[in-house]
Write a protein that binds this ligand. Sequence first.
Ligand code: GLP
Length: 252
Amino acid sequence: MDVRIFPNAHAVDAFAAREIAALIQARAAGGKLCVLGLAAGVTPIAVYRALIDLRQQGLSFANVATFNVDEYYPIAPSSPGSFTRFMRENFLDHVDLDPANVHELDGSLEVQRVAEHCAHYERAIVAAGGIDLQLLGIGRNGHIGFNEPGSPRTTRTRLVTLDTVTRRDAQDSFGGDEVPQQAITMGIDSILCARRILLLAVGGQKAAIVTSAVEAAVTDQVPASFLQEHANASVYLDPAAAERLSRFSQPE
Ligand code: GLP
């Protein structure tokens, strides 16, 4: 797998934003839609900020369609912890996307309607032509989206139960409120269908799981390790997130 270590977190974010911007422009030049899969979380915030800056410098998102990778369940989109709200506030509301091209997972549906919503989401991805670039972070337990350890390779968009580590790590974004016990997430297979995948990780708290994901065997116990099976996935790291990779601890 392509693993790149940048001098600092800012360089990770800037490089990822430039790659996304270049893809948007290349697709626009061909008269094509550019379909982006978007992750929430702290890690990609600066990427979204950089893309908003590029918008202010003239980059158009008129040919961009977006699919959020996950959302808590149950949750109102207006809730402070909602990824729908996160994505609007940190990115979508600040660029010239056509609202018809914005696709969000709805954590406020009645449970009986969730399966159809997930199936509809998968159909919408196909109808848009598939995801050109999927942006990902990684949970400390190796999750991508909300595909927790144990998620099979074949999974598609569905309702899942969150594990304890994930709920603990999310507590800050919920303030005093309880973190929902479930979530809706694109599946491992939905993610691996993207033509390009960028996984970003910064900070020492991700170092151990990054090493498992990129250097150990592929296993459903570390869902991010499935990215090793993708022909065009890259992992962009700052030095702290890379510090346990063997290329550093066992230099030749
Ligand atoms: C969250 C989300 C993921 C995200 C990951 C890492 O809970 N489900 O989409 O990539 O965990 O989050 P962070 O970037 O805040 O460390």
